[in-house]
Design a protein around this ligand. Structure first.
Ligand code: DGT
Ligand code: CA
Ligand code: CA
Length: 594
């Protein structure tokens, strides 16, 4: 799909415009980029079907931007963008991926020190060249060096949310081949880990029909197709049992063709994790058995291998959901489960258990869609309720709402809800708000206005680098606020970009427990905050959670699956997550009038 490519260019144009200190225009390009990025349909198809007019219907796309999309689709280039790049030829996205580094700073660094890449920046920062530079203090230099280290640590891994749609598309293509009988994705993708190193496909090929070639020839056809997939930019290797490729997006994919009789053991093995496999193999050894990707063997005889379930069973353990296979006590729990003892495997939340999303933005502030459009999508998903939780006034860049605007928004929501009631639809919009926890722990909206909301979320959106004790106190003060029900993205990390805030998480858990405050599992692919380990700690502390998407566009509602996946990785059960409750139960839970 061209969507992401064009979105990336628009983001860069926005950065270049910001560099030149042009007002408003950068925001327009960012909006268009978000619009493109979150579109499910291929922009090429949209253009083919409806031309320029259809392009203008994409959220955030007006006449002049539509023309640029057209230009790209026709020529593979956007002249406007090329002009910027020629003037300031730096790897802009790389440099500004460092926390605290914006386009304007990047421009100064280029003009004064000739810095074009991250490597240049690293060198100059280490040589102490940044401090004397106009406007840059010692703190900035330290931040730059920390930022570079952080980037190095997360390099080579991709967000699950970036990879999964593509993986599913490829899975479908492969499935449609007549030579393919069964296909699965194994590895960290199957375990739904927050970041992915590479993608591992497993396939059983169809038996060749009589007189129609050998199994090798069938496998070769599958491999030919695989290494010739669109967007493959490099073939690392091609054989009849295994091939490896690199995709245009930068990640690698392996594909293995396996015999039917050992498919289950291969699926088990290649799903991992490695640590889980090592622990499982130990159990096999203790029983005098041998476990490998080829099967479970007693001496030379194979006693299991066709399905994953039969392997776990033969080892005397219950089958374990892939998301839990990290050797974090799950094998012990599965053993107890199989033996009918207490403290077995938890019955983790299912992907179908969520009944509504309580953290969505709308056109009233930072979102791309109207409340009605958001609701329409929520109903399509099958939700019973949707919580609109707009940013509030402290967050000016997100057009945060003030008390008066919240009151007018309430009117719109009441009207829509009345409509649902008249039609006899059991659907309800709840009005929340994502308020800001200011530096001293106070909230940026007056109590009288908070009281009128159905529920209140509070989150940190500024001063991320406070010292640990102060930051912990800041959040705890918000937890103690009687109006605050939910803390959004509680640790503040942004994958590949920003570490967690310095906080004493145990202390926060104790406060949340005492004051009955719920911690969010934010499903946005870059956030996934709480992460799996913190989810497990939260559950163990007896603190409830809510899985939200933080949608800024109606298409973001589908991110919920990533949050659920992390909840499963953190062993969370249905009862730990408040938005698995039906509408009626949730209203009672929040003390909202029915
Ligand atoms: P990734 O790709 O870094 O996100 O993580 P995985 O888990 O997908 O790792 P990958 O692709 O290297 O290997 C896929 C699975 O194969 C892994 O989860 C477990 C299995 N595996 C790989 N190497 C070993 C090994 O040395 N020992 C054992 N027991 N299993 C291995
Ligand atoms: Ca992998
Ligand atoms: Ca691999």
């Amino acid at each position: 799909m061209k969507n992401k490519e064009i979105a990336k260019i628009f983001y860069e144009i926005a950065d270049y415009l910001e560099m030149e200190e042009v007002a408003f225009k950068p925001y327009a390009y960012q909006k268009a980029a978000i619009g493109l990025e979150t579109l499910e349909e291929d922009v090429k198809e949209i253009y083919k079907k409806g031309g320029l007019e259809a392009l203008k219907k994409i959220p955030g796309v007006g006449e002049s931007i539509a023309l640029k999309i057209e230009e790209y689709l026709k020529t593979g280039k956007i002249k406007y963008y090329e002009k910027f790049k020629k003037k300031i030829p730096i790897n802009l996205s790389e440099i500004i991926s460092i926390e605290g580094m914006g386009p304007r700073k990047a421009k100064i660094l280029y003009e004064k020190l000739g810095i074009k890449t991250l490597k240049d920046l690293d060198k100059k920062a280490k040589a102490g060249k940044i401090v004397p530079l106009f406007g840059f203090g010692e703190k900035t230099e330290k931040n730059i060096l920390e930022g570079i280290e952080f980037l190095k640590r997360s390099k080579g891994r991709f967000l699950l949310g970036e990879i999964l749609p593509k993986v599913r598309e490829i899975e479908e293509r492969l499935k449609s081949l007549k030579e393919v009988e069964k296909i699965d994705v194994a590895g960290s993708v199957r375990r739904m880990k927050e970041t992915i190193g590479d993608v591992d496909f497993l396939v059983i090929s169809k038996n060749p029909r009589r007189g129609r070639g050998s199994p090798e020839e069938v496998a070769k056809k599958i491999m030919d197709f695989f290494v010739n997939l669109p967007d493959v930019i490099k073939v690392w290797g091609k054989g009849t049992t295994k091939s490896s490729v690199r995709m245009k997006e930068g990640f690698d994919m392996d594909l293995r063709v396996l015999p039917r009789k050992s498919y289950g053991s291969a699926l088990q093995y290649f799903t991992g994790s490695k640590e889980h496999n090592i622990a499982l193999r130990k159990i096999a050894i203790d029983k005098g058995l041998k476990l490998s990707e080829y099967g479970l063997f007693k001496g030379k005889g194979m006693i299991a291998g066709k399905t994953e379930k039969e392997i776990y069973k033969a080892l005397g353990v219950e089958w374990i959901p892939p998301e839990m296979r990290e050797n974090q006590g799950e094998i012990w729990a599965a053993l107890r489960q199989a033996q009918g003892k207490p403290n077995g495997l938890p019955k983790i939340i299912d992907y179908k258990d969520i009944k509504g999303d309580l953290h969505c933005h709308s056109k009233w502030e930072a979102g791309a869609n109207t409340i009605e459009e958001m609701v329409e999508m929520a109903q399509k998903i099958g939700y019973q309720y949707l919580g609109i939780a707009g940013h509030t006034k402290f967050l000016r860049i997100e057009h945060g709402l003030n008390e008066k605007q919240l009151a007018s928004q309430r009117k719109e929501i009441d009207k829509l809800n009345l409509g649902f009631r008249v039609k006899g639809l059991g659907f309800r919009i709840l009005q929340g708000a994502e308020t800001n926890i200011l530096n001293d722990g106070s909230i940026d909206i007056k109590d009288e206005a908070l009281r009128k909301l159905d529920y209140v979320i509070a989150g940190i959106h500024s001063s991320f680098k406070m010292e640990k004790e102060k930051m912990t106190e800041r959040i705890i003060r918000a937890i103690k606020n009687p109006y605050i029900k939910i803390i959004s993205h509680p640790t503040g990390r942004i994958l590949k970009r920003r570490d967690e805030y310095q906080i004493d998480f145990d202390k926060i858990l104790r406060a949340a427990k005492e004051f009955g405050v719920i911690l969010e599992i934010n499903s946005f692919p870059e956030r996934l905050d709480l992460n799996d380990q913190n989810i497990r700690r939260t559950k163990e502390a007896g603190v409830k959670m809510v899985i939200n998407t933080d949608s800024h566009h109606k298409d973001h509602l589908r991110f919920i699956e990533f949050g659920i996946a992390q909840a499963r990785r953190g062993w969370a059960e249905k009862k730990d997550i408040i938005n698995t409750q039906s509408l009626n139960k949730l209203l009672t839970f929040f003390g909202i009038m029915k």
